[in-house]
Write a new protein. Structure first.
Length: 112
């Protein structure tokens, strides 16, 4: 089991903002998962990887594919209180799900 958070590279977010958005996506995707997936991921030590997606359209494509493949997911749209306008897609959380399923979707993306 694993989780992958894909960050919108086009935004060039400051480190603190990036960290906060990644946390939102990790929690949101976790809550979207079944109780069995949550338990398996917690028992595995909560493995997660953070990678870059090129832009918001790429993140939405990943989300749509994840939905089709029944991979838990959560798109994060910023509230607009700090560095980006309200509604900006900052990242997408994928999983927890079997590592092979996540890797087929995100394995080619560069690490943050």
């Amino acid at each position: 089991m694993k989780q992958v958070i894909v960050v919108n590279k086009a935004l060039d977010l400051p480190t603190g903002k990036l960290a906060a958005q990644v946390a939102h996506a990790a929690v949101g995707a976790f809550l979207a998962a079944s109780h069995a997936a949550q338990a398996a991921w917690l028992e595995a030590g909560m493995p997660k990887v953070v990678v870059y997606g090129a832009h918001d359209a790429a993140l939405l494509e990943l989300e749509a594919t994840a939905r089709q493949r029944e991979i838990p997911n959560c798109v994060i749209r910023d509230a607009g209180r700090t560095v980006v306008p309200a509604g900006t897609i900052t990242c997408v959380g994928l999983g927890p799900a079997p590592a092979a399923s996540i890797d087929r979707l995100t394995g080619m993306l560069p690490l943050v």
